[in-house]
Design a protein around this ligand. Structure first.
Ligand SMILES: [Zn+2]
Ligand SMILES: [Zn+2]
Ligand SMILES: [Zn+2]
Length: 347
């Protein structure tokens, strides 16, 4: 069999670099264990112990008593096969999405993905059901090929080879496919560039908030203008405070459209002016946008807007585009730039 390892695999001996030797040894141990989980998954050499009781906290258990090639610890995860063993297609879609969007899964392949027990085992259960698929064609193919090849490690992508720290095990027998790794990395970066070309979920949320407030204010104006009241008490006059979704369909359309393009002022408060089309100095949308010199990405209609938005924008953060794309630490497991999700979670 041809040596699948490429030159990137470092030839190390115990004496050359103790730290690296130790890292390689631990990598090999980790990969070996995951390989056996993978084999057990492909062979269906596992049993499920369904949890009873309050489902929110109780976890199901996957046990491997039938798998004899290697001692595998049971795995606990929240599993939800339907009576025929299939997983709801909508759930499979979510799992697949979480794999596809996670750059670490692109780098580490299926052996990395095994670490997310809930995702992995639900997909495996679906594979062995009448549905017959994990949701990812390449995984289905790998499961079949594992069987026909006698569980050849050489067809399973090494989970460290494409990572920044590389595979440090000189005797690694998993697949080291350099071209494939380069292609995968390019795909990750391309996806990030597309993501950066669009407003962030937080941008959109900020715009929605402004649009909603503007609409509510305009509704109050209307009510006041009709002369029904002069003291500003509105509750009796039909402004429905309970309905948060009460929003001008025209505004709705504008911010839906604005979610698709970046050529709009980055200052969330500015959208307000744009929405009043035909009124005010910047009433129509044809303002020539200036681009932020920091990131070459955020666009502003004016210096005032840039100044007003700086406090928010610098935290996004504002950094050179290339840096944002290539710095892995800027990206979360959902393919979003860190800190730009719709909701922020306390750490
Ligand atoms: Zn390797
Ligand atoms: Zn910027
Ligand atoms: Zn503006």
């Amino acid at each position: 069999m041809a040596d699948r390892r490429n030159t990137q695999a470092i030839n190390i001996t115990e004496n050359s670099d103790p730290e690296r030797y130790d890292l390689g040894r631990r990598q090999a141990q980790c990969a070996l264990e995951r390989y056996h989980y993978l084999c057990a998954a492909a062979q269906e050499a596992f049993t499920l112990e369904r949890a009873r009781g309050y489902r929110l906290f109780v976890r199901d258990v996957v046990s491997f008593d039938n798998y004899t090639a290697y001692a595998l610890d049971p795995v606990s995860a929240k599993l939800h096969p339907r009576p025929d063993g299939t997983i709801h297609p909508g759930d499979i879609e979510i799992y697949v999405n979480s794999i596809v969007k996670n750059y670490k899964c692109s780098e580490g392949g299926i052996m990395y993905a095994i670490g997310d027990s809930r995702t992995f085992w639900n997909m495996v259960i679906n594979y062995h059901s009448s549905a017959g698929t994990t949701g990812i064609k390449a995984w289905d193919r790998l499961f079949r090929q594992l069987k026909t090849s006698g569980y050849d490690k050489g067809i399973v992508p090494c989970m460290f080879f494409a990572t920044p720290f590389g595979c440090n095990d000189p005797s690694c027998s998993f697949l080291h496919d350099k071209e494939k790794c380069v292609r995968a990395r390019e795909k990750i970066l391309a996806r990030r560039r597309t993501t950066l070309g669009k407003p962030t979920p937080r941008d959109i949320a900020a715009r929605e908030k402004v649009a909603r407030k503007a609409y509510e204010a305009s509704q109050r104006q209307v009510v006041l203008h009709k002369g029904s009241t002069t003291d500003g008490s509105l509750s009796v006059l039909g402004v429905d405070d309970d309905d948060d979704d009460d929003i001008d369909p025209e505004l709705m359309k504008i911010y839906e459209d604005s979610a698709k393009i970046k050529a709009i002022c980055n200052n969330p408060a500015c959208l307000l002016t744009k929405m009043k089309r035909g009124t005010g100095e910047q009433g129509n949308s044809f303002v020539k946008m200036k681009v932020c010199s920091g990131c070459q990405m955020a666009t502003y209609c004016s210096r005032e807007c840039q100044t007003a938005d700086w406090k928010r924008h610098k935290k996004e953060p504002c950094r050179p585009f290339k840096e944002l794309v290539e710095d892995d630490s800027m990206w979360d497991d959902w393919g979003l730039r860190v800190g730009t999700g719709r909701f922020s979670f306390a750490k």
